[in-house]
Each structure stands twice: as C-alpha cells, then as structure tokens.
Design a protein around this ligand. Structure first.
Ligand SMILES: Nc1ncnc2c1ncn2[C@@H]1O[C@H](COP(=O)(O)OP(=O)(O)OP(=O)(O)O)[C@@H](O)[C@H]1O
Length: 364
C-alpha cells in the first residue's frame, strides 16, 4: 500500500486520496496488482464513493495521487480528464443510452476508439454472449430488466478494455435472485478480462465471491487490508466483525485469564494486556434463568465461558432471530420459535455459555 503519497511499483493502480470537505476527511491509500479484484467495504459515509470518484477523475484531488499503470493521472499539478484515464466507473444504474439498442450501447465505445461499424457490432454481439444475453442485441434498455441492463453495462465497460474497472455497488439495486445471477457472471468475466477492478460493496458475499483482496474503509481511512479470507477470519475492527458475522469482544488478559464484563476465558500462555476474543454467534448457547435466581450468585458460580448477561435487543435475520446481549456485547443466533418459547425481550437476564474451543484470542 502506498504510504504518505509514495508510489507502489508494479501496481496496476496506486492511489493515495486526500481530501477534506465539511467535517469529512478522506486520507486513504490503496494499490492493486494487474488483474486483481480488490473489494472495498465500509459503513455509510466512510468515503467509498468519494474514493472511486477520485480514481475515475470525476472529482479533482487537492492532495495525493492516482497512478494507472505507469501514468500519473492525478496529483497536485495534473488532472487527466475521466475519459482519458483508461478507467471506467459502473454504478448501481448503468446509465445506458435509452435510444440505442443493447448492441449499439456496447458498440458506441468501440466506435469511439476507431472500430468500423461492422467490427464494433460483431464485438458487441460477442460481449452480449459473454454476459449471458445472446439475442438481446436489438432491444433497447427500456425493454430489458434491471439485471439485464446491468449485464449490458458491464459488457459496455469491459468491451473498451479499460486498465481499471470501478464497480460501485453494482448489485445493490437488484433483487437477491437477479443479483446472484449477475454476481456469477462477474465471477466468470472479471478474471477472463484480466481487468484490474475495484469493487465497492456492502455485501461480504460479493467480496468472498469476486475479490482476492479486501480493504476496510472507515471514516475516510483504511482500517484493514488483506486477503478476503484473512480479513474475514480476523477482523481488526467492530465494523469488520459485523461484516464477517463474528462476535468480536475486547477484553484484557490478566494472570492467565481473559476477561470482559462477566465473561472469563482461560488464556494460558497469552501475553498480558488488551486482547480480543473472536467467535461465531452459533458458538454461544443461551438459556433463561430459573425464576428468582440472583444474577450475582450465578456470576460467582460461573464456569469458564459461562456468564449472565441481559438481552439488549432482538434483530430479525434470514435464518431466525439474532439476540444481542450486554456486558459484554455479544450476538447469539436462535430460531424464532425458540425466542418465542423462551419469552426473550429487551432487559431480560439470560445465562450464556460459550464453547471455549471455538474462541480465538488475538492481541487487540
Ligand atoms: N457531493 C458532496 N458534497 C459534499 N459532501 C459530500 C458529497 N458527497 C458525499 N459527501 C460527504 O462525504 C462523505 C463521504 O461520502 P461517500 O458518499 O463517499 O461515502 P460512502 O462510503 O460511499 O457512503 P454510502 O455507503 O452511504 O454510499 C460523507 O460525509 C458524505 O456526507
């Protein structure tokens, strides 16, 4: 990664974007290898779209740089126009020309690059076939579904063989089934095109299915970068843990025990000091307390990995209900019928048992 504005050699894309506006500061560096797909995830307002806009050149960077291959396309002195950067940005809406057929939308960019009408049309047909739309060439965008339009948008973007493809939440506007189909098409076409790609997404499925590298951007800064697997198995921030679907509890190791709130875990051999415990919501069992049981008495009697907490809120998930508890803050996934049977509601004290073998302790 570029640091302090220095360039990364051998990278197909090397960016250090620095920008300030109305209380928001973006200061983020990233670099991508040729042909690599790099996913960027971050909370709303973290600066993901701003970062893409700076790379695409629709936003001028007051500080920092953007290098595409060997060419600086943006720095304090220069600002190459978006259409001359070899960079294409595709967002939720592919912005197809409504009066042109799907084939002519794709052929448009090829014609602009000097291809004659017959060759551009033939290449557009080839791309329509690659994105799973053979036979849709004569249709105008208004006659195509959202997923089909996004496929045409991708074909139009890739047909011009850009040095860098920027995808800003390309599946967000589509229903889950359509998104799955377009995602599968991207998984096939991005590696085949060998295009260096930066994919902004809020969905870990996209990162896992499409990218080699995952960058977390939070409040304008890169908080973690690594292989998708490394970031999702050892998220370094609370946001990363939510993305990975893991509990990440910050505690401290003292005298061979890790403690956070009422939860204590054996930590023999671990260095003293702050440490995080990572575990899946499914590794926790939750029971209601017998009537009249004092939480203080249970706390004293608790075995390693057992503690008494309080339900803070309930959240509907695709698989059932996620129960959030406090002291420490932990999420537990339960089937909806069990939540109803246990009568769980905010404020209710509950007994929690964590499978200690399912926990990874890492330095904070
Ligand atoms: N055109 C603009 N003018 C001024 N401020 C803006 C503009 N666009 C975005 N911002 C602000 O810049 C910051 C970063 O916004 P940005 O859209 O890049 O975030 P994001 O990570 O893409 O968010 P989201 O996931 O919600 O799209 C936010 O504080 C936002 O309010």
């Amino acid at each position: 990664m570029a640091a302090g504005g220095s360039a990364v050699s051998g990278a197909a894309l090397d960016v250090h974007a620095v920008l300030e506006r109305r209380g928001f500061t973006l200061d983020a560096a990233l670099a991508a290898r040729p042909g690599e797909t790099l996913a960027v995830m971050g909370p709303s307002g973290a600066g993901k779209s701003t970062l893409l806009a700076a790379i695409a050149g629709v936003l001028r960077l007051p500080r920092g740089h953007v290098r595409v291959g060997e060419r600086i396309v943006s720095d304090r002195r220069s600002h190459i126009a978006p259409q001359r950067r070899g960079v294409v940005l595709l967002g939720q809406d592919p912005h197809l020309f409504p009066h042109l057929s799907a084939r002519d939308n794709i052929a448009f960019g090829l014609r602009a690059r000097g291809l004659d009408r017959a060759h551009a049309g033939a290449e557009a047909d080839e791309w329509l076939w690659r994105v799973g739309l053979p036979g849709s060439g004569p249709h105008r965008p208004g006659e195509l579904s959202g997923g089909q339009q996004q496929r045409v948008g991708l074909a139009r973007a890739l047909a011009t063989r850009p040095a860098v493809l920027l995808l800003d939440e390309p599946l967000t506007a589509l229903d889950p089934e359509t998104a799955g189909g377009v995602r599968a098409m991207l998984a096939e076409q991005l590696p085949a095109a060998h295009t260096t790609t930066v994919l902004v997404t809020h969905d870990a499925v996209d990162a896992a299915a499409l990218a080699e590298t995952l960058v977390l951007l939070e409040d304008g800064r890169v908080t973690q970068r690594g292989t998708v697997r490394d970031v999702l198995t050892a998220p370094a921030t609370a946001f990363g843990a939510v993305v990975a679907g893991l509990n990440r509890v910050v505690g401290a190791v003292v005298d061979g025990w890790w403690r956070a709130g009422g939860l204590a875990l054996p930590a023999r051999g671990a260095a003293a000091g702050d440490a995080v415990a990572l575990f899946r919501p499914g590794a926790v069992r939750l029971d209601t307390l017998p009537d009249g049981t004092g939480t203080g008495a249970l706390r004293l009697a608790a075995a390693p990995g057992e503690w008494v907490g309080r339900v803070s809120r309930l959240e509907q998930t695709v698989a059932g209900i996620r129960v959030h508890t406090a002291e420490p803050a932990v999420a537990v996934d339960l089937p909806a019928d069990l939540v109803a049977e246990l009568g769980l509601a905010a404020g209710r004290p509950v007994r929690l048992r964590l499978d200690v073998d399912a926990v990874r302790l890492l330095p904070a």
